[in-house]
Each structure stands twice: as C-alpha cells, then as structure tokens.
Ligand binder design. Structure first.
Ligand SMILES: [Fe+2]
Ligand SMILES: [Fe+2]
Length: 200
C-alpha cells in the first residue's frame, strides 16, 4: 500500500543520504524491510493521528541501521560509546541492534531528536509508558509489507482497527515466542505487557 504524504525537499535530500548509507550497511532484504517499515510507520501515524509523519518515516527508515553488523561491531560500539548492556541484553544478540542503532545515529549521524531515538531504542523490547511514536514503530515493524510470519494478517487487521489491541497481540506473540524457545524475556517487555493488562 502506498502512502500519500510527501517529504519536504530538505527532508527528501536527507532521506536520500540515509538510504545511501543504509544500502552500504544493510543486506538487500534488510534494506527493503527498512523501506517497508518506514511506509508502515507513516500509515499507522496517519491512522492514529500522530502529527509528525516525517518523523514516523525517518524512525522506520533508520530503525534497523545496525541490524547486519557483526557481533564484534556491536560490542566495540557499545564499548566505544559507554553503553553497558544488562545481563539479559548481553546474552541476546538480537537485542543489540536497537541499542547500537541509537548510538550510531546519535554519535555518527548527529541525530538529537530524543523522541525518534527512543522509538528506535525500544523497537525490539517495547517498555511501559511508550510514547505514541514508540508504539507506531513497534507495530510498524510487525506489519510491514515484507513480513510473512504466521499470524501477520491478524496483526495487520488489529493494527488497522485498534492500537491497544494490536499492542496486546504483538506483546503476547513476542512473549510466547520467547517462552517457547526458552529465551529470557527482557524486563521492559514484561513491563509493557503488565501495563496493558492492568489498564484493562
Ligand atoms: Fe529491529
Ligand atoms: Fe525491523
């Protein structure tokens, strides 16, 4: 599905620079995923009444910028910029790219927008008290056009109807998957899940 929003000429130039950088850092499949998540983030932003569509676009575009980095690259970035992973993070490489992605965007790309950076920081774990942009990016990553996991249609329908229901389904999916694979659950993910349960 295409979106109807347009970037300003300055934003367009920036987007082209970021795309060039992403193509250098990411495998083609991951680059395509990034474009699809950017598109999905704009759609959800429009749907949920989030006003800054360009920010949603850039959050989606950049969210996986270090996803294809090697274990050593992640480790040296965390060391270089002083990020101390928790025990659960240290044992799960899949969680690293959300943290190192923010470090790269902040220290190497000069991005200072906290709202954009925290959306990327929590796009794999979620957390309690998520901002609208954090929720948009978290869900966009689940429903982007390139996704084809079992249950993606249900997820897309939920996201199209109600953000809270979609968040519940996404968190249950994540937690169930981790339990089935006997993987630890990040405390932020449990906090996000508990918060939704308590709100009901
Ligand atoms: Fe990711
Ligand atoms: Fe992603």
């Amino acid at each position: 599905m295409s979106t109807t929003f347009t970037l300003t000429p300055d934003e367009q130039r920036l987007a082209e620079q970021y795309k060039t950088e992403l193509q250098k850092r990411l495998k083609p499949k991951r680059y395509r995923h990034s474009l699809c998540v950017a598109d999905a983030a704009v759609r959800l932003a429009q749907q949920y009444g989030y006003p800054d569509l360009s920010k949603a676009y850039f959050a989606g575009l950049l969210h996986d910028i270090t996803k294809n980095d090697s274990e050593q690259q992640h480790k040296s970035r965390m060391q270089q910029y002083g990020y101390q992973p928790s025990d659960i993070e240290a044992g799960q490489e899949k969680l690293w790219h959300a943290k190192t992605g923010v470090l790269v965007l902040e220290h190497e790309f000069g991005i200072t927008d906290r709202e954009l950076l925290t959306a990327i920081r929590y796009h794999t774990t979620a957390r309690a008290g998520m901002t609208p942009l954090e929720e948009i990016l978290y869900l966009a990553d689940f429903i982007s056009d390139d996704r084809d996991y079992d249950g993606v249609q249900e997820m897309r329908q939920a996201a199209a109807q109600d953000k809270q229901t979609a968040m519940e389904i996404a968190l249950c999916f994540t937690i169930t998957d981790l339990v089935e694979r006997r993987k630890p659950i990040h405390p932020d993910t449990l906090d996000a899940y508990n918060e939704l349960c308590i709100k009901e």
